[in-house]
Design a protein around this ligand. Structure first.
Ligand code: NOJ
Length: 533
């Protein structure tokens, strides 16, 4: 039996924007009660853990990643009691809930920053990073390239610059101040006491600044994060920390420490390589990044995803690969954002059911626990008319009634238009249709959860003689899976090594499958086979 504190190693995650999911009170904005109403849907899909985007009071300059009060829920989402009810209802269905913990910065509307900028002698001055010059930390890159020209912004009243890695409206907290460190532990305690199952820790590489470095992944950062972890282990065993560090695998590796820092970390670089593989019809880029991925401690797990609420980030590819990805996937200028592409899964993959399923086959069978971005399980579209990343944060498409069954009133955002809009793509039409995308994804999840092999760290690439076929073994004890994905748009034949020419169980068809010598896979098709001993 698996240690239950390791639940995340075999879990399927689902990311939700509460505003976008379901409106329960008719104000046009999704809320916690709306989400509670939809837990049954998530349970039907097979979700083990929900990650909810920030629900703290916020001026929403960065959709809630600009927090004005760490100890409350923005009233548009409901109340702390609504959150407690959501957590209880989710737990009754064996669904866990993690939330965003934004450590690096606050909103400029946060009372700490208001006090900090009111007077150089304020006790809160040192909660943020101030300087007489904007010439410090010149080696730190700018992340929101399309909007920010510097990581420093001048404050007229107190005559100094303040430091921020994201929008100027998100001043960075000063983690060199022990009071700040303490405040953030208190924040964590508050939500853990409320029953939350852990945190997706936002933007962790940037907590500290040091001259002469790029101000990312500094040793001081790891020391602090280990403190947070040991605090959680001591008081809240079984709750998790998920690391958002958009970095190369070797640079994310230290965030797992010796199994004493993060439980989980997003695997950023595999994501764009899945899209590269599908376009090139070649698996090599994926295999290369997996080979480059160092082993992680036994109690840790990668977290994999195809899309999330941000742009499809291209920070973890070479400049040439980025250019190529933009040409392939962001052929209209407005599809680009910063170093990425602001589109959803289905439109990225030409709404081609075979490609969407294949991408999911990779997501569910590569090492790591997968996260589904809300709506991608039904193939929802995006709305490029909306600015920034809002085009991929539109209301969930529940049915084909006005407002997509999301709200009885006009939603906070324009809906998706055209063939991927709610009239054609919605939950109601897919849930009872055995051939729907929803039901294919549901079957993948169900199979994945039956086999501990998928949650294990073990993976072995198999040589098939065909570069278009991603073939690998996933294994746990006696349970061995052979996974075959044809990345190309033509039928591909292959020859597996002798030891793999044997009898299998096709996990989808639930039928015997014999591999003898040559084998041909249809365009963009996949097979999940269990070895029969
Ligand atoms: C990463 C989040 O995913 C993104 O949405 C946000 O804008 C930045 N961190 C800043 O908090």
């Amino acid at each position: 039996m698996m240690d239950t504190t390791l639940w995340y190693k075999n879990a399927v995650f689902y990311e939700i924007s509460v505003r976008a999911f379901k409106d329960s009170n008719g104000d046009g904005r999704g809320d916690l009660r709306g989400l509670t109403e939809k837990l049954e849907y998530l349970q039907t899909l097979g979700v083990d853990c929900i990650w909810i985007m920030p629900i703290y009071p916020s001026p929403l300059k960065d959709d809630g990643y600009d927090i004005a009060d760490y100890y409350n829920v923005d009233k548009t989402y409901g109340s702390l009691d609504d959150l407690k009810e959501l957590i209880e209802a989710a737990h009754q269905r064996s669904i866990r809930i993690v939330m965003d913990l934004v450590l690096n910065h606050t909103s400029d509307a946060h009372p700490w920053f208001q006090a900090s900028r009111s007077d150089r002698n304020s006790p809160y001055r040192d909660y943020y990073v101030w300087s007489d010059t904007n010439q410090k930390y010149k080696d730190a890159r700018i992340i929101f390239l399309d909007t920010e020209i510097s990581n420093w912004t001048w404050d007229e009243k107190t005559g100094q610059y303040y430091w921020h890695r994201f929008y100027a409206s998100q001043p960075d907290l000063n983690f060199d101040n022990p009071k700040v460190q303490e405040e953030m532990l208190n924040v964590a305690r508050f939500w853990l006491d409320l029953g939350i199952d852990g945190f997706r820790a936002d933007a962790v590489p940037y907590l500290f600044e040091r001259e002469g470095t790029n101000c990312e992944n500094l040793p001081e950062t790891h020391i602090y994060l280990k403190k947070l972890r040991s605090f959680m282990d001591e008081h809240y065993p079984g709750r998790i920390l998920l690391c958002e560090a958009n970095q190369w695998p070797e640079d994310v590796r230290p965030y797992f420490g010796d199994g004493d820092e993060f439980h989980m970390g997003f695997h950023f670089p595999i994501m764009p390589r899945i899209y590269m593989a599908l376009k090139k019809g070649r698996f090599e880029d994926m295999a290369e990044i997996m080979r480059r991925t160092p082993p992680i401690p036994e109690n840790c797990q990668w977290c994999t995803f195809l899309r999330n609420h941000d742009e499809l980030t291209l920070e973890m590819v070479t400049p040439e690969e980025r250019q190529w990805m933009w040409e392939q996937y962001a052929y209209e200028p407005r599809m680009k954002l910063n170093l990425g592409i602001r589109r959803r899964l289905a439109p990225l993959l030409d709404n081609d059911r075979r490609k969407i399923e294949l991408a999911n086959s990779l997501l569910f069978t590569l090492p790591g626990s997968p996260i589904i971005y809300y709506g991608d399980e039904i193939g929802m579209g995006d709305n490029l008319d909306l600015p920034d990343r809002n085009g991929v944060r539109t209301p969930m498409q529940w049915d084909d009634s006005p407002n997509a069954g999301f709200s009885i009133n006009e939603p906070y955002s324009e809906l998706v238009k055209g063939k991927l809009g709610y009239q054609n793509i919605n939950v109601a039409s897919q849930i009872d249709d055995p051939d729907s995308l929803f039901n294919s994804i549901k079957r993948m999840i169900a199979i994945r959860k039956k086999h501990a092999a998928f949650g294990s760290s073990q993976m072995e690439w198999i040589e098939t003689g065909n570069p278009a076929v991603a073939a690998y073994i996933r294994q746990h004890e006696e349970d061995t899976m052979l996974i075959l994905n044809n990345l190309s748009g033509s039928a591909e034949s292959m020859m597996l090594p002798k030891k793999f020419q044997q009898n299998y169980l096709d996990l989808f068809a639930q039928q015997k499958y014999i591999i003898a010598e040559n084998l041909t896979l249809q365009p963009y098709s996949y097979l999940w086979l269990q070895m029969q001993r």
